[in-house]
Design a protein around this ligand. Sequence first.
Ligand SMILES: *Cc1c(COP(=O)(O)O)cnc(C)c1O
Length: 373
Amino acid sequence: MSDAFIPVNTPLLDGNEAEYLAECIRTGWISSEGPFVKRFEQAMAEAAGRRHGVAVTNGSVALDIAVHALGLQAGDEVIVPTFTIISCAAAVTRAGLVPVGVDCDPATWNMTIEGVEAAITPRTRAIMLVHIYGLPVDLEPIMKLAKARGLKVIEDAAEMHGQTYRGAPCGSFGDVSTFSFYPNKHVTTGEGGMIVTDDDALAEHLASLRNLCFQPQQRFVHEELGWNARMTNLQAALGVAQVERLPRTVEIKRRIGLLYDQHLADIASIRRPVARTNYAENIYWVYGVVLNDDVAFDAKEAMRRLAQKGIGTRPFFWCMHQQPVLRRMGLMLDESHPHAEYIARRGFYLPSGLALTEGEIARSAQALREVLP
Ligand SMILES: *Cc1c(COP(=O)(O)O)cnc(C)c1O
């Protein structure tokens, strides 16, 4: 076993990626007009059980455009999990809307129906569902509530390619759903994102928003402000190859989770990810652990000790309601979410990339064992 540093993520690009990229270069099709973009949109839409896919430059801008396209009014409230990436609250805030946070479940790290119910006010217009770290949100009760109250649903499935909820693909639940293709995601294009929907008119609007809202009749006359968020044919070529191997990717991720579970099962001082619920089996986008109360130090110290042993880690998300930038804007000020606050301080994830070897998993697990009291 080598003692080389084990990075927190290493992608696997050993399918048709090189061949499809070479095809882009051979044919000269590198821009967003190239044929792989449509192919990738169709493949992702199909994998997510949707009619339409709109490829964009990253998962954050996918959220920006998706939220914008729902056409909500300034000041409308959107419920968001507090335990998530800034992109979620940023998309809501940039659209002139008001993010209202909800706590997570202490075991699944996902938002809950109880949290959503408590956060609803007469000004609530939408719910942003964000699936966390490989296990979906328990969607059924939240979808039922959204329907009963006429709330829009934005589903952030950035960590969920290939995952299902009660057998239906994640990414099939929102009025709009989004994906990211950052290198640590199950499907990567280096940078990239996608918005999927079943609504024909919405899909057309999303495609226009992605392309600066150029108009077919008078290209440089604009009725609406859009973004240049076009994905290149080079990125989409990678994406097509990555979707082809998605089932295998999910298998590998589950195997990584299982191996970590086996290595770490007897360590009482950490909380491990939930392996399965009655609605889904974890696909371990990342393998997170949370230090229990009896550990005298926090995630920062554990990560520092692991780095000394050559193990790459990342901290858990920091709560949205504790983001200085949002608080300075007067947002989420009166919120407190104890479960999310706890795991944000005491959680981190271990090397979880697809190219991880069994030896590296064993070494990472052993290092964690050694740094814990
Ligand atoms: C990765 C991620 C994003 C952002 O995607 P980028 O492509 O990095 O902009 C958004 N939401 C969630 C839940 C993510 O994990």
